[in-house]
Design a protein around this ligand. Structure first.
Ligand code: AMP
Ligand code: ZN
Length: 475
């Protein structure tokens, strides 16, 4: 059976287009992965849940999906546009650990959080530090073709040489050029970006390599072009990321990739997930050093699937406001749904290959598929789930056949009851845990021990693991 037609919104054209993969029946996706200097927050996780729905949805529609994701473990500065501090070095100083240890710790934590959210592991996961030669050879190509220039601190891409530079973000490059006096440093144009950064004289970085331009490290953008091309070729089907990547990171990826290979477009469909917005109280706790992670949600008594369910209810191109009230409502909604589903025959008791037969069930399936195929309209697909569950005219076995197939896309484990922590950890104990972790990072051992004792007296034990620390109620 040939795959179903799918329409996706392409940021490049600002239109919904029919996806025409390079190889019929197969879709190659590249997703910008996490920068592993700290825990990924739940906003980041929304971006990965979106990519996961895409991958799972295309699979249901009959495509063979090849999903590649990078791990940024070098080169990402605190400002996406080549200024500020190296995020990995920042992590090292914060925790008194080596850059390699920091990368390992937060990569593990990322995949642990992703697994809690039922995000499938991409078929290929590639680290920037494992692909330095590929990045150097791509930069060499750009240099040979005359797209680069040297400054005191590295080798830069000259964006004025690439006419299509403003296209993805609809950038007003004239406006940007007029603003040249602003923060351009040694660059010729404000939009130019680093391909290779030289280590500063006298500075010993933990992550640096020899290159034709001197010892140093790659710029952030080049890693994604080099790895996407290595695993997916000079042109591929879909590239995902958050909307913040449109004006700089992805714009730069297109410039360096298309200039190096001469092949355009580099990517057929650019897809961008909108942001998760935190309410003011959460923003405040964030600026006080809290990162709102999947573990935080679990500590507060939520089943991580409730967050996936919350994300599912809003189209990926719409902003989603996060609050604990919204998450509580999502958890209740998921609980209600699962309570209804659990009354149906378990998928393990049926032969799933047979699929539904009656016209009513087939109509539901067509409607679910239509939602997924219409620019990944998961809220619409979810509406079919609710309608089906409540439809007394459909045979329970047929409902199970449909829901089991759809759950391959939803990733909700619909036959597994919601896990709730009856007694969520009180906020003041979470605050004490944060203070204790900060004390440990600053090697203030006595204070850290005092805070551990304080938590014990409130009935909570600290559990330290490679994924971070959490609290457990003493039995
Ligand atoms: P980073 O680790 O900073 O490169 O970000 C990882 C991914 O999360 C990228 O695709 C970002 O675009 C995305 N992202 C960052 N903040 C948010 C947010 N608040 N909501 C949704 N996605 C985000
Ligand atoms: Zn990227």
């Amino acid at each position: 059976m040939s795959p179903k037609e799918v329409r996706l919104y392409n940021t490049l054209s600002r239109k919904i287009e029919v996806l025409t993969p390079g190889t019929p029946g197969t879709v190659d996706i590249y997703s910008c992965g996490p920068t592993v200097y700290s825990y990924a927050h739940i906003g980041n996780m929304r971006a990965y849940i979106f990519a996961d729905f895409l991958r799972r949805g295309l699979t249901l529609l009959g495509y063979q999906v090849n999903h590649v994701m990078n791990i940024t473990d070098v080169g990402h500065l605190t400002d996406d546009a080549d200024s500020g501090e190296d995020k990995m070095e920042l992590g090292c100083r914060r925790e008194g650990a080596s850059a390699w240890e920091i990368a390992r710790k937060y990569t593990e934590a990322f995949f642990n959080h992703a697994a809690q959210l039922n995000i499938l592991r991409p078929s290929t996961v590639c680290k920037a530090t494992d692909h330095i030669p590929e990045q150097i050879s791509l930069i060499e190509k750009l240099e040979t073709k005359g797209f680069t220039y040297k400054t005191e601190d590295g080798l830069y891409f000259d964006t004025s040489r690439f006419e299509r530079y403003p296209n993805l973000a609809r950038l007003d490059t004239e406006g940007l050029r007029e603003g040249l006096r602003v923060d351009k440093g040694a660059k010729r144009h404000k939009t130019d970006f680093a391909l290779w950064k030289l280590a500063k004289p006298g500075e010993k970085r933990q992550m640096e390599w020899d290159s034709p331009w001197g010892r140093g490290f790659p710029g952030w953008h080049i890693e994604c072009s080099a790895m996407a091309m290595k695993y997916l070729g000079a042109q591929f089907d879909i590239h995902t990321g958050g909307v913040d990547h449109i004006p700089i990171h992805h714009t730069n990826e297109i410039a360096q990739s298309e200039c190096a290979t001469g092949v355009q477009p580099f990517v057929r469909v650019w897809m961008h997930g909108e942001f998760l917005l935190l309410d003011d109280s959460i923003k405040m706790s964030k600026s006080a050093g809290h990162i709102l992670t999947v573990d935080t949600l679990i500590e507060k008594g939520f089943d991580p699937r409730s967050f996936r369910f919350l994300v599912l209810q809003t189209h990926y191109r719409k902003q989603l406001g996060f609050s604990y009230e919204a998450l509580t409502a999502a958890q209740k909604g998921l609980e209600r749904l699962i309570q209804q589903v659990i009354k149906l025959p378990a998928p393990s008791t049926l032969s799933l290959e047979a699929g539904p037969k009656t016209q009513g069930a087939l109509d539901y399936h067509a409607a679910f598929i239509h939602g997924v195929a219409q620019d990944l309209n998961m809220p619409q697909a979810l509406a079919e789930v609710h309608k089906l569950v409540g439809d007394g005219a459909i045979d329970p076995q047929e409902k199970t056949l449909l829901l089991a197939a759809w759950d391959e896309v939803l990733g909700l484990d619909l036959w597994t009851p919601v896990k709730t922590n009856e007694e969520p950890v009180p906020q003041e104990c979470l605050d004490l845990l944060l203070l204790r972790n900060q004390a440990r990072q600053q090697r203030q051992w006595t204070e850290a021990d005092r805070l551990r004792g304080e938590l014990l007296s409130r009935g909570f034990e600290i559990l330290d693991s490679p994924q971070g620390s959490s609290l457990k109620k003493r039995s």
